[in-house]
Design a protein around this ligand. Structure first.
Ligand code: NAD
Length: 454
């Protein structure tokens, strides 16, 4: 089939490449001429494991091309995927300007019957409005249809997730649109991926409620971290015990610095704003609390940093490991780590940072940090080291090696991912969010003794 993908950012470029790899002829369109040029040259403008080789493979096979022209895109194919950004606007609402602009630019060129398929994350009701907007402007009028096919891929696993999604969601208004989407995704459906067909509104809500659920699970365990700290309990043990309950499961149950990135935070705020507008107060209240708990974790890390350096951050040297909002990504949109860095800078700390791939992007938004080319360079003379994004490389750091370069052996592991015993035995004072700071290691033994005594 001949498909177009409008908006070739994280989602759109991945979708275009994966659709081409499934055998379709794909044209990607973006307003950003530089992005288009780089894509034409086989270069992804962001870090995503496995994407670039697949981009080059499909360019070479002639199944993939890129343009900035809506006329060319409209002429090229009959199914147009809309993958433009929906950033956060004032008051947490979703900013739909790009969605509307893309639809308005495409519609006047739609002379033939076609299907516009939204993949962007949007507030419920957007798809139906967009369908009316496109039909008004398209020469083909009522023979243009709109469907919503929300995307659930995770950055860092985008290619893998595109080829093996847990499910495909088709929000449609006609059997014809559902059949077209089945045709587009035939290879995945043949491979056993279920397709769930529903109305437009439910499809839009599936995406935001999935994100709301995941965010709630993360904020739940982080709320438990708060009470563990106050009660002298250990949230890591608690999370492990909860995770072993099959009804709960361990995914999205790691206590720590919470969620960030270009999706979860803005999506739950936009969902909250829609819920308020629709009068669904329980959803709005729940999501407000989830967001507040999440942001509270960032302030808690700053508080811990202040605590370990003796009460005042001004003039103290801090090393931050990890800047991306999560490992395996160079995305720093709403990065918890960068947010903490901003708080540390505001309190007068001197902050050296390191990240395996996200330093270029971070420098664009936070130029006041000192960007170090290695972990030891970042940690040189530091009064405390903060582990804020859990890259695998950081688990392999030798605590004794790092001890030799810092001024004081203070480690704050805000992701709970480092080997506490190893760091302690190299003489480090080790703090984990959700533990009051047990100098002799995790309190598992104490708990075991208690149960024996009982
Ligand atoms: P992004 O900012 O990386 O990409 C958006 C792209 O759209 C940019 O390249 C931009 O130049 C282009 N664009 C903007 N206006 C345009 C227009 N009028 N015409 C053509 N192109 C235009 O954003 P993203 O992360 O890819 O997210 C896109 C959407 O997908 C959002 O709604 C997001 O919530 C959703 N989503 C993202 C992910 C993810 O992991 N990034 C996952 C699932 C869903």
């Amino acid at each position: 089939m001949r498909l177009t993908v409008i908006g070739t950012g994280y989602l759109g470029l991945t979708h275009a490449v994966c659709m081409a790899d499934l055998g379709h002829d794909v044209m990607g369109l973006d307003l950003d001429a530089d992005k288009v040029e780089r894509a034409r040259n086989g270069e992804a403008p962001f870090f995503e494991p496995g994407l670039e080789p697949l981009l080059r493979k499909n360019l070479d096979a002639g199944r993939l091309r890129f343009t900035t022209s809506f006329a060319e895109a409209a002429d090229f194919g009959g199914v147009h995927f809309l993958c433009v950004g929906t950033p956060e606007a004032a008051g947490g609402r979703a900013d739909l300007r790009h969605v509307h602009a893309a639809a308005d630019a495409l519609a006047p060129h739609l002379w033939r019957p076609c299907l516009v398929v939204g993949k962007s994350t949007v507030p419920v009701g957007t798809a139906r409005n967009l369908a009316a907007r496109i039909r008004e402007r398209a020469p083909a009028g009522d023979s243009t249809d709109v469907a919503w096919n929300p995307e659930f891929l995770r950055e860092g696993f985008a290619v893998e997730d595109s080829f093996a999604p847990d499910r495909l969601v088709f929000g449609v208004t006609s059997q014809r649109s559902a059949a077209l989407l089945r045709h587009v995704y035939a290879k995945l459906l043949d491979g056993g991926t279920p397709a769930l067909v529903m109305d437009l509104e439910t499809a839009e809500l599936v995406k935001v409620s999935a994100n709301a659920f995941l965010a709630t699970k993360i904020s739940f365990i982080n709320a438990m971290a708060e009470i563990c700290e106050k009660a002298g309990a250990d949230v890591v043990c608690l999370a492990d015990a909860l995770a072993r309950d099959g009804r709960i499961g361990g995914r999205f149950l790691s206590p720590g610095l919470g969620f960030g990135g270009g999706c979860l935070p803005k999506d739950i705020r936009a969902f909250r704003s829609t819920a308020r507008e629709l009068g669904a107060e329980s959803v709005a209240n729940l999501l407000g609390e989830v967001d507040a708990i999440n942001l509270g974790r960032r302030s808690r890390v700053t508080e811990l940093a202040r605590d370990v350096v003796g009460g005042c951050l001004a003039g103290r040297r801090l090393a931050v490991l990890g800047l991306a909002f999560k490992p395996e990504s160079d995305d720093v949109r709403d990065s918890p780590s960068l947010h903490v860095c901003g708080q540390l800078l505001r309190e007068g700390a001197l902050v050296s940072v390191h990240d395996p791939v996200a330093m270029g992007n971070a420098a664009l938004v936070q130029p006041a940090l000192r960007y170090a080319s290695s972990v030891s360079e970042a940690a040189a003379d530091a009064d405390a080291v903060l582990h804020l994004t859990e890259w695998t490389d950081y688990r392999a750091i030798d605590p004794a090696m790092l001890a030799a370069v810092v001024a004081q052996r203070n480690m704050i592991d805000a992701r709970g991912a480092l080997d506490e015993a190893a760091w302690r035995s190299a003489g480090w004072a080790f703090r984990v969010l959700g533990r009051r700071g047990h100098p002799a290691g995790p309190p598992v033994r104490a708990a075991e003794e208690l149960s024996r005594r009982r």
